[in-house]
Ligand binder design. Structure first.
Ligand SMILES: Nc1ncnc2c1ncn2[C@@H]1O[C@H](COP(=O)(O)OP(=O)(O)OP(=O)(O)O)[C@@H](O)[C@H]1O
Ligand SMILES: [Mg+2]
Length: 488
């Protein structure tokens, strides 16, 4: 790709970007939220047309008429926003569109057998006959990956494919990607997890604010150089930990049960504490959150909030009213109204801005929203931008902003920095510290071990719905947490 420029109203998303992909290489594309990564690959896959620049494939200039055209010439994309048809089965989704046929034609073929074979080869434990609507986010991601790999593509683009995967699934995916590379397939890999970039990439290109900052073989990058190229400055401390824990207990639960997910879990959270909950995907850690918050049916022997009896709520609004907030993991479906703008998303669901007479205080809302947008470095031309036009990571920042605005007693964050770039992560941690230092108890549920180790005061480790260990900060180690999470 040569000199690619793309403008959206108020945004120069790409500014004369060159990007070269060799045959049989894994090329990582990295950069902050809103840097232009997804836009670049949407141009490569025919979703957007560039304002300027040229796409050259095998030495010939091409201009795509649309996504189908790009698929036909062998470019297959796993998009960041999942694009599955909820009412079709896994197998139908995998082969739909890939063969340019309608779904009822596909039914006649052996798509179920083929899909099952593919899923098994990939080591993904989902069934080909299941309906996509019954899958969770991580499983949907696996289907999306299988769909892209089912084609005979020459170029496969993966926009943050691993964000919701378990370590095992990620490893299987990487093995498969390496096999593809050996067969001469070229892969573009987008991720905010720099460890993964070092693990799998041959080449790296860094974008920042629509500009290409660097492009080089992986061997020529150190971790420091990569971070500096991505954020444009040095980051001294990834995990600023500045919260003070008091002795006072904010929240305690004994023998919490979420039927089917969590069995007899007991813990307490103190004022100012960041209480981590770790465990593999499927260990029940996010279900603990949903249980306490009234999002899933749950019961407990005893549960207290600030010393008072707190019956496990059966609806989120009851939890909210008592001062318990949750920043969800599946932000697309639970966190945002995509057709509204940033300001409306922040203000409309927040009672803080509603006066006694029921009027909305837009002036106050505007000021606070602007402040948060600045602090979290949300890339948006204005707070009146529709949320659906923001990049994936910037949408997540808005969900966080909404949560951080309330003055809760207990705040539950589920995967708080998923999809968020390395610079903004530090800001999220700082905001968490601030919240804690106002006396809020924080539960941080995370699959990212460095984050758990870096930020939590204590960590509870889950394994298959049961609690294995609670480690104090002084006794935490990566090895101990992993061992407990594996059931040891
Ligand atoms: N359809 C659109 N309309 C208006 N602006 C858009 C649109 N799509 C993207 N943008 C803007 O273009 C810029 C680049 O967005 P892009 O999605 O490419 O970022 P990204 O690098 O993929 O970020 P992330 O890591 O958060 O996914 C952002 O400022 C974004 O808000
Ligand atoms: Mg993106």
């Amino acid at each position: 790709m040569k000199g690619i420029t793309k403008r959206f109203p108020g945004v120069l998303a790409l500014n004369k970007v060159d990007f070269q992909l060799k045959r049989g290489e894994i090329h990582a594309l990295v950069g902050e939220n809103g840097a232009g990564k997804s836009t670049l690959i949407k141009i490569l896959s025919g979703v957007h047309t560039p304002d300027e620049g040229e796409i050259i494939l095998d030495g010939k200039s091409v201009s795509f008429t649309g996504p189908i055209h790009a698929i036909k010439v062998g470019i297959s994309v796993i998009y960041q926003e999942l694009n599955l048809v909820e009412d079709l089965t896994v197998a139908e989704n995998i082969y739909l569109g890939n063969e340019g046929e309608s779904w009822f034609n596909l039914r006649k073929k052996n798509i179920y057998r083929r899909a099952s074979e593919l899923l098994e080869k990939l080591g993904f434990s989902i069934s080909a006959t299941e309906f996509v609507r019954d899958l969770n986010v991580s499983e949907k991601q696996l289907v999306e990956i299988a769909k892209a790999l089912a084609t005979n593509a020459r170029i496969i683009v993966m926009d943050e494919p691993t964000a919701t995967l378990t370590e095992h699934e990620t490893k299987m995916l990487f093995d498969h990607v390496k096999n593809l590379r050996a067969r001469g397939v070229s892969i573009i890999f987008i991720s905010h997890r720099l460890e993964e970039v070092f693990e799998i990439a041959d080449t790296v290109t860094v974008l920042r604010d629509g500009l290409r900052i660097s492009s080089d073989e992986i061997a020529n990058y150190t971790r420091e150089r990569l971070i500096t190229d991505v954020v444009g400055r040095k980051i001294e401390n990834m995990f600023p930990k500045e919260n003070k824990v008091s002795d006072e207990i904010v929240f305690e639960v004994q023998e919490l049960n979420v039927p089917g997910y969590v069995h007899n879990v007991s813990f307490d959270v103190r004022k100012g504490e960041i209480f981590g909950i770790a465990g593999l995907v499927g260990s029940g850690k996010s279900e603990i959150a949903m249980g306490i918050y009234g999002g899933l049916k749950a019961f407990a022997k005893e549960c207290r909030l600030l010393g008072k009896n707190f019956p496990i709520p059966n609806r989120p609004d009851i939890a909210l009213e008592k001062g318990v907030i949750l920043v969800p993991e599946d932000r697309k479906s639970q966190g945002l109204v995509l057709v509204l703008n940033v300001l409306e998303n922040v203000v409309l669901q927040n009672t803080k801005f509603i006066s006694k007479l029921g009027h909305l205080n837009w002036k106050e809302g505007k000021k606070i929203t602007s402040d948060l947008v600045d602090r979290l470095e949300v890339k948006t031309p204005s707070i009146r931008q529709r949320v659906s036009n923001l990049s994936g990571g910037n949408q997540q920042k808005i969900v966080l902003a909404k949560g951080l605005l309330r003055k809760p007693r207990l705040a539950i964050f589920v995967e708080p920095t998923r999809g968020i770039d390395v610079g903004a992560k530090v800001e999220v941690y700082k905001l968490m510290n601030e919240l804690a230092n106002q006396g809020v108890g924080i539960i941080m549920i995370s699959s990212e071990l460095p984050e758990i180790m870096g930020m939590s005061d204590r960590v509870l480790v889950m394994h298959r719905g049961e609690q294995r260990e609670v480690f104090e900060r002084s006794e935490m180690s990566q090895e101990k947490i992993i061992a407990a999470a594996m059931g040891g």
